[in-house]
Design a protein around this ligand. Sequence first.
Ligand code: ZN
Length: 402
Amino acid sequence: MSTYRDLALPRALGARAAATPGGSARATVLRTVSARERRSHLTAPRVPTVGIDIGGTKVMAGVVDADGRILEQIKTETPDKSKSAKVVEDTITELVLDLSDRHDVHAVGIGAAGWVDADRSRVLFAPHLAWRNEPLRDSLQARLAVPVMVDNDANTAAWAEWRFGAGRGEDHLVMITLGTGIGGAILEDGQVKRGKYGVAGEFGHMQVVPGGHRCPCGNRGCWEQYSSGNALVREARELAAADSPVAYNIIERVKGSVGDITGPLITELAREGDAMCIELFQDIGQWLGVGIANLAAALDPSCFVVGGGVSAADDLLIGPAREAFRRHLTGRGYRPEARIARAQLGPEAGMVGAADLARLVARRFRRANRRRLERYEKYERYAQAIRNGGVTGRSTRPPQEP
Ligand SMILES: [Zn+2]
């Protein structure tokens, strides 16, 4: 990273270009930037890699091949917030070692719910974990002895949807993950846009209602206070606690204990046709559409992919979101409208994306080694056939000697 940045300075560039007569400045930059930084998903080695998704409750790990297929998947509980950073590293290491018993591990990608710096080496802050400015990449790389990639979980999920899911073929994509809060990511021309300090895409804390609901971030009226799993549950519990007649059905389902009302229960009831639950989804769907219209004004992507647990409600949520989006889009009627699609990869998206991003830093030499081995075996078979006198005129050229 630093090499590239230094080179990007015009003065350094000029000096280099002058030192290499006949070579353009661009060629000089390309030559000097390391292969790892130039690598894109098109040139990354097609090796299986391990993806790890560290969420608030579960750590999911899986071996994923170059086509996004999960070859094996395991999971464990997320260590408690009170545990030290080392305990989280131990958990990750154990999962990787477990998988490496049965698979070749060429690289490890980590999608963490938290802020990751622009170099993607440190986790600046993670709300569910003890990480504070934690040099996660380097410590894990030292322990696992394979290349490690660290990114924000919304970025890895967006990457997966762009490579293998609802956003395939889109060169301007914005992902919105509706979980307990709102996560987000921006992808442009096959690259995740992370911002200068690595924390772009925190759409959940855009203010949509001045002086609105208090948000744990410290501000009021954040988008995720109106359009998220927490918003859904908060509204349902409020209605149930007030003993509203519209909430009788849900009160009966939880046998009066309002604290037992959860997002999945509201989704289930809405699917069964419960009027209050459907209305709650319409509410958060509308707020979703309003926020998406704001994002379209700022970023103008061709596609919004909506993922996360709340998106399981599908058209109950996306339908109202599309309507509100059309009503609030600036310049409506005079501009092409972005597509709003539901994510396709489900809860594994973050893990699959982390694994695929890890392929960008995966080691190539193992593949070269394997090829050398394959060539050797082929040559051995050929030599064996000659020794047995079984080579006929049809097999023309002997395999290349390893
Ligand atoms: Zn907030």
